[in-house]
Ligand binder design. Structure first.
Ligand code: PMP
Length: 412
C-alpha cells in the first residue's frame, strides 16, 4: 500500500498514452520494462503521423516548399535536442539511429583518428555492450589498451580507482550515466573532471538518464554524450550524439555519401561543416520530429519533477522489495535510479519473468547486454524498471507477483 502522497498523479500521465488504454486484442499490462524501451504518448504518435501525412519530403535538397518545411522541422528537432541537453549550439548535435550508433560513430571516427598504438581507453565494468564492444574492437584494431574500471561490491565506481587507472597515455574515459542493471547514478561531472585533468576526453552514455533527470552537457563538461529516442518516450530509429564542436571539426566522417560534402571532384573532396559531415544519406526525418515531441512531453512535466517523483517511487520500491524473502537486489541503496535487477532464491530469472507475465506484469530477464557485469554479479537477473507513468500500485503488484513466484517454485 502507498504510504506517502506522491508528487505526480501517474494515472493522469497514463491517460496520455494509448498503450495504457483498453484494446480489444491486447491484455492491459503493468509495464515495468522501461529500461528496455518506454511507451509513447499520443503527442509523439500524432507528431510522427502528421509528418508522414502532411509534410513528407526529403531534407536539405532544396527545390520545393515541402522540402523546405521538412528541413525546417528536422532542424527544429536538432535545435530542441541542443536545448534539452544545454549544448552550446545545434551544430553540436548529430542525429544517429540511437545510442549504439552514436558510440560506434565516436569509436570509428574519433577513435581511429586519435587513439594510437599504446594509448589507453578506460571503460567501466558496468558498461552496456553498446559502450563496451566498440572500444574493445577499437583497442584491437589500433593496438591500444582497454583498461577496466572495476565496480565496488555494492555496485559503485570509486573515484580513487579511476585516479590510479589514468595515465598520460589515457585518451578517453567512457562511462555510463545510469547503469541499466545496477541503477547506480554515476558522478559523471567528477569523472569528466578527473579525465580532463589527466589530458583525456570523457564520453557519457546517457541512454538511461535523459528521460529521468536533468542532463546538462555544459555542467557535466563531457566531450561526448549520447542517448536513444525510444528510451525517452520517442520513436525507435533516432537518437542523438552531442560532441564539442572542436571535436566534430577534427573528426573525419563516419559514413560517407549524400549530403556531407561541400564539393566533390575527381581531384578534390571538401567535407561539409558538422553536423552535416556526420549525417550521410537521408536521415530519419519523421523520427526526429517524433523525438522533438517526446522531449516536449518530458519537459511538459519537467525533468526535476520526474526525477523527484521517480526517486520517491524508487524508495517505495526498495522498501517493498525487502519484504520478499530470498530476494537479492544489485546496486547501491537507497541512492539510485528506478532500475532494479535482482535474483530470487534459486529461481531462474526467465521463470520469474514468465510467471509475472502470466499476471500481466512485464519485466525483463537475462544479462541485459552487459555480460562482463553479469559475470561479476553471478549470472542473469530479473529486472524491473520504472518510468514516470508507473505508480505504487504497480510496485505492489510486482511484490505480490514475486510472492506468487516463490510459491510456484515451492518456496513457502
Ligand atoms: N547504453 C545503455 C546504458 C543502455 O541501457 C542501452 C539500451 N539498453 C544502450 C546503451 C543501447 O541503446 P540502443 O539499443 O537504443 O542503441
Amino acid at each position: 500500500m502507498a504510504t506517502t502522497t506522491f508528487s505526480i498523479d501517474a494515472s493522469e500521465i497514463r491517460r496520455q498514452f494509448p498503450f495504457f488504454q483498453p484494446h480489444p486484442e491486447m491484455r492491459s499490462l503493468i509495464y515495468l520494462d522501461n529500461a528496455a524501451t518506454t511507451q509513447k504518448p499520443y503527442s509523439v504518435i500524432e507528431a510522427v503521423s502528421n509528418f508522414w501525412a502532411h509534410h513528407n519530403a526529403n531534407v536539405h535538397r532544396g527545390g520545393h516548399g515541402a522540402g523546405a518545411k521538412a528541413s525546417e522541422l528536422y532542424e527544429a528537432a536538432r535545435q530542441r535536442v541542443a536545448q534539452f541537453l544545454n549544448a552550446r549550439e545545434p551544430a553540436e548535435i548529430v542525429f544517429t539511429r540511437g545510442t549504439t550508433e552514436a558510440i560506434n560513430l565516436v569509436a570509428s571516427s574519433w577513435g581511429e583518428a586519435f587513439v594510437k598504438a599504446g594509448d589507453e581507453v578506460i571503460i567501466t565494468e558496468m558498461e552496456h555492450h553498446a559502450n563496451l564492444l566498440p572500444w574493445m574492437r577499437l583497442a584491437e584494431k589500433q593496438g591500444a589498451t582497454l583498461k577496466v574500471w572495476r565496480i565496488t561490491d555494492d555496485g559503485r565506481l570509486n573515484l580513487d580507482d579511476l585516479r590510479t587507472l589514468l595515465t598520460e597515455r589515457t585518451r578517453l574515459v567512457a562511462v555510463v550515466h545510469i547503469s541499466n542493471v545496477l541503477g547506480v547514478v554515476n558522478p559523471v561531472a567528477e569523472i569528466c573532471r578527473l579525465a580532463h585533468d589527466a589530458g583525456a576526453l570523457c564520453l557519457v552514455d546517457a541512454a538511461q538518464s535523459v528521460a529521468h533527470m536533468p542532463v546538462d552537457v555544459q555542467a557535466i563538461d563531457c566531450d561526448f554524450l549520447m542517448f536513444s529516442g525510444h528510451k525517452a518516450y520517442g520513436p525507435t530509429g533516432i537518437g542523438a550524439l552531442y560532441a564539442k564542436r572542436s571535436l566534430l571539426e577534427a573528426m573525419p566522417p563516419y559514413q560517407v555519401g549524400g549530403g556531407i560534402v561541400k564539393t566533390v571532384s575527381w581531384e578534390r573532396l571538401v567535407w561539409s561543416e558538422p553536423p552535416a559531415k556526420f549525417e550521410a544519406g537521408t536521415p530519419p526525418i519523421g523520427e526526429a520530429v517524433g523525438l522533438h515531441a517526446a522531449l516536449d512531453f518530458i519537459d511538459s512535466i519537467g525533468r526535476a519533477t520526474i526525477e523527484a517523483y521517480e526517486h520517491e517511487l524508487t524508495r517505495y520500491a526498495l522498501e517493498r522489495l525487502q519484504e520478499v524473502p530470498g530476494l537479492r537486489l544489485f546496486g547501491p541503496t537507497p541512492d539510485r535510479a528506478g532500475i532494479f535487477a535482482f535474483m530470487l532464491e534459486d529461481i531462474h530469472p526467465h521463470d520469474i519473468a514468465t510467471v509475472l507475465d502470466a499476471r500481466d506484469i512485464a519485466i525483463r530477464s537475462g544479462l541485459h547486454c552487459a555480460h562482463p557485469l553479469g559475470a561479476r554479479l553471478g549470472g542473469s537477473t530479473a529486472r524491473a524498471s520504472l518510468a514516470v507513468y508507473n505508480d505504487t500500485a504497480h510496485i505492489d503488484a510486482l511484490i505480490e507477483g514475486l510472492h506468487e513466484v516463490r510459491k510456484v517454485f515451492g518456496y513457502v
